[in-house]
Write a protein that binds this ligand. Structure first.
Ligand code: ASN
Ligand code: ZN
Ligand code: CA
Length: 344
């Protein structure tokens, strides 16, 4: 059979109608994107992996989605392909963000695509990147606290774990673990802004599309004031590394928000923020594009597996010096934003 690239579209759950590059194999379309390293999305059929101490004895299969007319999904969960549309759109957008903004081709930077498994397990309230399969896994959520976890910021967050793993390799515990998590929140957020999708506009919330009323809060995490989640830290202290990595990330998320948008109150795309500083200082933002440039260079050139918060300050200052100069307003803003979260 002949194999060729085709352009289709899908009705997603969270992002409206989205374009999809697919593969026509014989007379059947496959949800495989030859323009982005053959990234594909498959159905895990509600099965789970059997893993013991990080060794997986069996991995839930992923049967690639197929379609007869190259119009995928219906925008509702009654069609199993709908979550697949979101997942594929998430990998596409993350691929495009890294390629077009940072010149990075794929998660590993080698042009190779990854794959997605959707409908993993049953009522599964998580999503995760796995370096060993070079793949993304998405649960459907339990429907009361979380819905399907296939939103753009979640996709960008999880796949950025793969980028971190291939670059700085930040160890997933203590302060380096918090920086690993924050790297994923920052780039997940920048992927969401990059997409410029009116159904899922950019914000500084993590997981706002996937939370349901039973969750009790409008998002998983809040970058302007991380403590709004009830657990995350806004300001560095010497015991920060004792927190779970999803909470010690708060200080770097707070730094990134302050550096992008500045301190105080602000409304963007209808969402209101009010970011305090830890020392009463006023921080003026330099915009999210420069934050992305600085953090990416810090991650890929200066950070290592053991980088802590003091090291992250030094790494981002080095990155800002390379990009904008030691006497630049951007360099001064990086210093001011770290000081504002008590990293001196
Ligand atoms: N969704 C989680 C995360 O990316 C998975 C994990 O525990 N690593 O943080
Ligand atoms: Zn994470
Ligand atoms: Ca978001």
């Amino acid at each position: 059979d002949s194999i060729e690239t085709a352009t289709g579209d899908g009705q997603s759950l969270y992002g409206g109608k989205v374009p999809l590059e697919t593969t026509l194999s014989g007379s059947t379309y496959q949800l495989t994107d030859p323009t982005r390293g053959n990234t594909y999305t498959g159905d895990a059929a509600n099965k789970t992996d059997l893993c013991v101490l990080g060794i997986c004895l069996s991995r839930a299969p992923s049967t690639v989605f197929t379609d007869a007319d190259n119009h995928w999904g219906t925008g509702t969960t009654t069609d199993r392909a709908t979550a697949a549309v979101d997942a594929q759109y998430g990998t596409n957008t993350t691929w495009d963000y890294y390629k077009n903004v940072h010149g990075r081709s794929g998660i590993a930077g080698d042009g190779k695509g990854s794959y997605n498994r959707v409908h993993y397990g049953s009522n599964y309230n998580n999503a995760f990147w796995d370096d060993t399969c070079f793949c993304m896994t998405y649960g459907d959520g339990d429907g009361t606290t979380l819905g399907p976890l296939v939103a753009l910021d979640v996709a960008g967050h999880e796949m950025s774990h793969g980028v971190t793993s291939k670059t700085a390799g930040l160890t997933y515990s203590g302060e380096s673990g918090g920086l690993n998590e924050a790297t994923s929140d920052v780039f997940g957020t920048l992927v969401e802004w990059y997409a410029n999708n009116s159904s899922d506009p950019g914000d500084y919330l993590i997981g706002e599309k996937i939370v349901r009323s039973g969750f009790g809060r409008p998002a998983l995490r809040f970058m302007d004031k991380p403590s709004k989640d009830g657990n995350s830290a806004d300001c560095w202290t010497s015991s920060l590394g004792d927190l779970d990595v999803h909470y010690s990330s708060g200080v770097a998320n707070h730094f990134a928000y302050l550096l992008a948008e500045g301190s105080g109150a602000k409304t963007l795309n209808g969402v209101s923020y009010n970011s305090p500083t830890c020392d009463g200082s006023t921080v003026t933002g330099i915009g999210r594009d420069k934050v992305g440039k600085i953090w990416y260079r810090a991650l890929t050139v200066y950070m290592t597996s053991s980088t802590n918060y003091a090291g992250a300050r030094a790494a981002t200052l080095n990155a800002a010096k390379d990009l904008y100069g030691a006497g630049s307003p951007e360099y001064a803003a990086v210093a001011a934003a770290w000081s504002a979260v008590a990293v001196r």
